[in-house]
Design a protein around this ligand. Structure first.
Ligand code: C2O
Ligand code: CU
Ligand code: CU
Length: 421
């Protein structure tokens, strides 16, 4: 394009999607009817992105997991009005990872995401010498955005009628915006980048034949070492990268990625050429995930998550854009203790997310985290009654939000602000 001085253009717009043959429903998308293009930034590099709002309402463009300056973080104070455009520079001074982007308008996040605004944002290091991890995008490196949707009797996505204040739970599973997804496998070792892009649902993934697979990455980095797992739980907004070695799985039986109810989310059609052998070199990190010193640091900040429905709070308060709840010095590492306080009903899981940082999870109820959480994170699942300790550092100054990533809870005020000075 002539005179184009940006690398990507991302336009939030209205669309029409035919989820069911012959039946259209209104949706939102980036550069299209639903969801958005995958954006890539090379590790250590930056891209300029032109963001435009062609919706009839304001929106924001939030780069979930990217450690950017607060002015371009796309939090609730960063609205782009209908018809407006802006160019932002996204700098990836952090490890390769599977991040994503979505809107973050105050009290409108849940609906805009539900209607279809989400996309993947990859920090890519596949050009670096040591990478034997599958990285042919769309061939053996597959992004999978998991979302659940509830259609009304006319097969329409009418958020207002469906909305549940504890998070809209759908009975239909959607992967990358399609129902009844299926994948033909032609390469022995496949890398999947799983994103739980649902408003509220937790997913427990496993293989239908019970076989194990390898988790290699968490939200914000590779794990310290790859971990064999038989199941994997992701709360809303969490990501994981996994490798499945299909050459080791007999293709006699049908194989699928299933959820904890055994429902097939993604059936695989394995068509391996017998001659295709492949291997991924695994790694181990010499340094321990947490130093002794880090494990012993005192708690500086206490965060209490509480409530359900629209009665949700953090430290007893609801979000106020004009109030700073916490302060932390730029570049200084602090321990946060996040407590999910039970209520009379027992409480529920809250995925706790912080903008502007990738943190480490130190412990859950005093117990050191398992290897599958030994990678950088920006969202952490906190079980009812649990206390989770985090090691948090902000590389940039500014005001950032932290919140529950059940989007209806976020919109309901389960969010606070931290000033990094
Ligand atoms: Cu996924 Cu506040 O964001
Ligand atoms: Cu975020
Ligand atoms: Cu919540």
């Amino acid at each position: 394009q002539q005179g184009q001085d940006y690398d990507y253009e991302v336009i939030a717009q209205e669309g029409i999607t035919e989820f069911f043959k012959g039946i259209s429903t209104e949706t939102y998308g980036y550069n299209g009817d639903l969801l958005g293009p995958t954006l890539k930034i090379e590790e250590g590099k930056s891209v300029d992105v032109k963001i435009t709002n062609e919706l009839d309402e304001s929106t924001t463009f939030h780069w979930h997991g990217l450690e950017v300056a607060s002015e371009i973080d796309g939090g609730p104070s960063d609205e782009i009005q209908p018809g407006e455009s802006r160019i932002v520079t996204l700098q990836a001074d952090q490890p390769a990872a599977t991040l994503w982007y979505h809107p973050h308008v105050h009290e409108m996040t849940a609906e805009q995401v539900y209607r279809g605004l989400s996309g993947m944002l990859l920090i890519d290091s596949s050009n670096s010498e040591d990478s034997t991890i599958p990285n042919k995008y769309g061939v053996n490196d597959i992004p999978l955005i998991f979302q659940d949707r509830l259609f009304d009797e006319d097969k329409q996505l009418d958020y207002d009628n469906l909305m549940d204040e504890d998070g809209t739970l759908g009975d239909i599973s959607m992967i990358n915006g399609t129902l009844n997804s299926k994948l033909t496998i032609t390469e022995p070792i496949m890398r999947f980048r799983l994103l739980n892009g649902s408003n509220a649902r937790n997913y427990t993934f496993s293989l239908s034949n019970g076989a194990s697979f390898t988790q290699i990455a968490s939200d914000g980095s590779l794990l310290d070492e790859p971990v064999e797992v038989e199941e994997l739980i992701l709360a809303a907004s969490e990501r994981a990268e996994i490798l499945i070695d299909f050459s080791k799985l007999t293709s006699e039986e049908s194989l699928a990625l299933v959820n904890d109810e055994g429902v097939e989310l993604l059936p695989f059609d394995v068509e391996l050429d017998a001659s295709t052998a492949d291997s991924t070199e695994m790694w181990t990190t010499e340094e321990p995930f947490l130093s002794q010193e880090e494990k012993e640091m005192p708690v500086e900040k206490n965060i209490e998550l509480f409530g359900m429905m629209d009665m949700v709070t953090i430290n007893g308060k609801k979000f106020d854009p004009n109030r700073i709840d916490l302060r932390q010095k730029q570049g200084v590492t602090e321990v946060w203790e996040v407590y999910n306080k039970k209520d009379m009903m027992g409480g529920m899981i809250h995925p706790f997310h912080v903008h502007g940082t990738q943190f480490k999870v130190i412990s859950r109820d005093g117990k050191e985290v398992t290897p599958r959480e030994q990678g950088l994170k920006d969202s952490v699942l906190v079980n009812p009654g649990e206390k989770v300790k985090l090691l948090v550092t902000f590389p940039e100054k500014g005001v950032y939000v932290f919140h529950c990533h059940i989007l209806e809870h976020e919109d309901g005020g389960m969010m606070g602000q931290i000033e990094v000075y």
